[in-house]
Design a protein around this ligand. Structure first.
Ligand SMILES: [Zn+2]
Length: 269
């Protein structure tokens, strides 16, 4: 089986690829399984349940997720590709510390990519799709149950839909692929920051975000390339401070001792 090109960094230890069974393409279910594992591990890392310096053991994770070793290895490679873990020769997978400075840098890159994508997507997105997004956003902005789980689920779905359709319509396959590779990371930050808002009864950010999404959609409907990029830039920049704020503080996420913790030991081959 060949590794997906979007998740194969050059420093993958042999132990991660030597025993990969099969030689066919990864099927949809397989890809979804890997995505769910990546998502689950990102949540654990950003909630501080997996701490920087902690080893991730393939066998333990396979038992936990009820899957074979193969999707676990692929998920670890994908996580290394977005900079959240290190794959070290003879030490396996180790959780990295993501600093506030790195969150800022990630947002900087995201802004460059998303602004370029929305410029390219102008005039390429079906009017009906944009009309539906606008109607859903207006409904979201006017809703009163803003801190309910249903509202947040809906806001999350609309956010993903909008950014996905922009990436898919940007007219640059490499850019779309790169956004697809990084979106797990962006969405993990988003979900963490929204959970933070919910737990602090802070609905301001959710409303603000819906307004920003609507501004992006309105610019796309108006076929305004410059305006859509300005609206996207504002959206990403405003997310930056919320993402940084939501990261586990060092006090809540101490360095894990190398031989202890819920997922101890070195990664098995
Ligand atoms: Zn967004």
């Amino acid at each position: 089986m060949s590794l997906p090109a979007d998740s194969a960094p050059s420093d993958v230890p042999d132990s991660f690829v030597a025993s990969r069974p099969g030689d066919g393409p990864i099927d949809v279910d397989h890809g979804q399984r890997r995505g769910a594992i990546v998502e689950g591990l990102l949540k654990d890392i950003f909630h501080g349940r997996l701490r920087s310096g902690q080893h991730l053991v393939t066998r333990t994770l396979a038992d936990r997720f009820g899957v074979s070793h193969t999707p676990i290895r692929e998920a670890l490679i994908a996580l290394a590709g977005i900079g959240v873990i290190d794959l070290l020769p003879n030490r396996g997978a180790v959780v990295r510390k993501v600093t506030p400075e790195e969150v800022r840098e990630i947002c900087h890159v995201r802004r460059a990519l998303e602004c370029e994508a929305v410029r390219g997507a102008c005039g390429r997105i079906n009017e009906t799709v944009l009309g539906e997004l606008r109607a859903d956003l207006v409904r979201l902005i006017e809703a009163h149950d803003i801190l309910s789980s249903r509202y947040i689920d809906e806001a999350r779905a609309i956010d993903s839909r909008l950014h996905d359709v922009i990436a898919a319509s940007c007219g640059n396959a490499f850019l779309a692929k790169e956004l697809g590779r990084l979106k797990m990371l962006f969405r993990a930050f988003r979900d963490l920051s929204w959970e933070h808002d919910k737990s602090h009864n802070d609905f301001h950010r959710l409303k603000e975000e819906a307004d920003q999404h609507l501004a992006i959609v309105e610019s796309l409907i108006a076929n305004d390339r410059k305006g859509s990029a300005v609206a996207m830039s504002k959206h990403i920049l405003s997310g930056r401070k919320y993402w940084s704020r939501s990261m586990p503080s060092p006090a809540n996420s101490p360095q894990a001792p190398r031989s202890r913790g819920p997922l101890p030991g070195r990664t098995s081959a």
